[in-house]
Design a binder for this molecule. Sequence first.
Ligand code: AMP
Length: 191
Amino acid sequence: MPVLRLVLLGPPGSGKGTQAARLAERTGAQHISTGELLRAEVAAGSELGGQVAGYLQAGELVPDEVLLQLTLPLVRRAAEGAGYLLDGFPRSVGQAERLTEAAEAAAPERVLLLSVPRAELTRRLLGRAAEQGRPDDTAEVIQRRLEVFDTDTRPLIDYYGRRGMLSRVDGAATPDVVAERVCRALQAPPG
Ligand code: AMP
């Protein structure tokens, strides 16, 4: 597995977390989920958690400064080790630019886009809500998170595509099947 500075891009429910966890196990690269990091801060009742709780609950993006302060040190450290799998970051062109500038040699090499039809995303997220009870998995907030993906995050498909870094993976299948597709995509050149 040659590529270890990887961004997993895709809407909520597309399987980024599942695939990142599997890749982390196979490669030793560090799975960095910004959603998990932020939820942990909220659960711990930290000052940062207090600043971001409202955004998470509403399905809005937390401010870039807060997010970058939390994430960039982890990204740099992981890049010095076995690499990283970014799950949920960057989520806007602004964040991607900051990541490339600030990380320098630790910047991402490749981006995998997981595509899943909207109806399937909603079905998966409502299913997860019933199982895990995440407070941002209500029907209304799910809708908002999908909208935020469309307006803020979707432009990254073009952004990374133009830079020749993007591979597309059809994510509408079981985790095992998608994992196979992910492996194949990473063994081929991007594009
Ligand atoms: P996730 O677990 O990736 O679906 O993220 C859950 C929530 O965390 C999002 O709805 C945002 O409120 C916040 N979040 C996660 N990653 C980011 C990011 N890169 N930028 C801003 N907010 C984020």
